[in-house]
Design a binder for this molecule. Structure first.
Ligand SMILES: [Zn+2]
Ligand SMILES: [Zn+2]
Length: 203
């Protein structure tokens, strides 16, 4: 029996936002469910999400919690970890949800093998069916699990990130495009944007 409190209709909207149904998205839905329950939704309360992965799950976190890159309250730290930090500015409530290794059940090894073969040689029809079946079963398992079986709740990885500041901009002396001041690089007495800086450095 599905254990989620997110209405089916909203789950379907999340799937169409992401483009497919997969175990990663299911994890993101459940992480967002925890955040909505414990902290509220971002437009009402000031919620900040710091995600340590850039995989499928983040789309669900973004869509359901209202934390988005554009508003500056969704921050990616490229650690390659299945972990999601949530902060509520109002009262400092914060937590880090780390996906338990057992969350995906016992199909992880099958899926890993099939995924590797899919990338390297492509799958036979039977293997494709096995792949779809394993993904569907794992996604279902995630939706059916209790949140405490999916996530370890830990202390957040650091203090709440500072609010997005309004930055003044500078003009890159190589390409002439305008750049946020905090992103300019200095090279050979010139102010450069990052791509131009990297181009200079290669020479
Ligand atoms: Zn996905
Ligand atoms: Zn430039």
């Amino acid at each position: 029996m599905s254990n989620t409190t997110i209405p089916q209709e909203l789950i379907e909207k999340t799937i169409s936002f992401h483009g497919h149904w997969c175990p990663g998205l299911a994890i993101g839905i459940r992480a967002a469910e925890w955040a909505l329950k414990e902290m509220g939704r971002a437009p009402d309360e000031e919620i900040v999400a710091v995600v340590e992965t850039d995989m499928c799950a983040v789309d669900a976190v973004q869509f359901l919690t209202g934390c988005t890159f554009g508003k500056g309250n969704l921050i990616h730290r490229d650690y390659g970890k299945n972990a999601f930090n949530f902060y509520r500015r109002q009262d400092g409530k914060a937590a880090r949800l780390v996906v338990r290794q057992t969350a995906y059940g016992n199909r992880g090894e099958d899926m890993g093998k099939l995924y590797k073969k899919m990338l390297e040689q492509g799958l036979t029809k039977e293997e494709e069916e096995a792949w779809n079946e394993a993904r569907a079963a794992t996604s279902k398992r995630i939706m059916d699990s209790a949140l405490t079986d999916l996530f370890e709740i830990k202390e957040p990885a650091g203090p709440v990130p500072k609010r997005a500041r309004i930055m003044s901009s500078m003009v890159c002396e190589s390409c002439g495009e305008s750049v946020m001041e905090s992103r300019v690089r200095h090279f050979g007495g010139k102010v450069l944007c990052i791509p131009c800086f990297e181009e200079m450095e290669k020479r």
